[in-house]
Design a protein around this ligand. Structure first.
Ligand SMILES: N[C@@H](CCC(=O)N[C@@H](CS)C(=O)NCC(=O)O)C(=O)O
Length: 217
């Protein structure tokens, strides 16, 4: 029995959900009963973050590790296709998203509310965020998917792009990731594919609902 703790509005949870969907795995997603800071949940994930995968009594944390755990258990269809170089490309794109893009976007999220916005911090934050997106774009080796064939890189990039497009892009006029050349070509593929295009709508609705709750709507 496999279960994923978290909310789909989290891009890290969404990454795992997209990976499971690609592999056609049954993976129920639910918030832990007492929330992610409850003693029960902290026993599963000591960092109190989502997602956590529970499978046969084992808890696996960190979205990238969960995706690779699913890959090890269910290698077909693979999320790490190709040779060592192709798999390195896929892992690099995913890791750059986590280590460089999210921290820069998180700095901008602090300024979503116009009432408490610091204009100078927004301008420098937007430049830093655009800079890492440019580097990410340069790492994409050619299509149709982010690392060639469909991979963990796409599972990481789709939620990241949708989250930015629903939040800091409209609110702060930050760079839309798909305005960059390689990301733009990749986005055409994402929207042409039935699994990913449906997921874009589903995840976008979860993000919109989360942002509306934040605004008190
Ligand atoms: N590196 C972690 C990041 C997980 C993460 O930051 N999740 C956020 C939701 S988007 C969270 O649980 N935040 C709650 C908190 O930090 O209190 C992963 O890839 O799973």
């Amino acid at each position: 029995m496999m279960k994923l703790y978290g909310s789909l509005a989290s891009p890290y949870v969404a990454r795992v959900v997209l990976a499971a969907r690609y592999k056609k795995l049954e993976l129920p997603v639910e918030m832990p009963a007492g929330g992610i800071k409850s003693p029960e949940y902290l026993a599963k994930n000591p960092f109190g973050k989502m997602p956590t995968l529970e499978h046969d009594g084992r808890c696996v944390i960190e979205s990238q590790v969960i995706c690779e755990y699913l890959e090890d258990l269910y290698p077909n269809p693979t999320l790490l296709p190709g040779d060592a170089g192709g798999r390195a490309d896929a892992r690099t794109i995913s890791r750059v998203t986590d280590l460089y893009v999210y921290p820069e976007s998180r700095a901008l999220f602090q300024h979503m509310n116009p009432a408490s916005r610091d204009a100078a911090a927004v301008e420098s934050g937007k430049a830093a965020y655009a800079g890492v997106l440019g580097k990410l774009d340069g790492l994409m080796p050619g299509g149709p998917w982010a690392a060639g064939e469909f991979s963990i890189a796409d599972c990481s990039l789709v939620p990241m792009v949708v989250l930015m497009q629903r939040s800091i892009v409209p609110a702060l006029d930050a760079t839309d990731p798909v305005a960059l050349p390689a990301l733009g070509r990749w986005w055409t593929q994402v929207m042409a594919d039935p699994t990913t295009s449906v997921f874009v709508g589903e995840y976008g609705a979860a993000v919109d609902a989360f942002l509306a709750r934040l605004r008190g709507g």
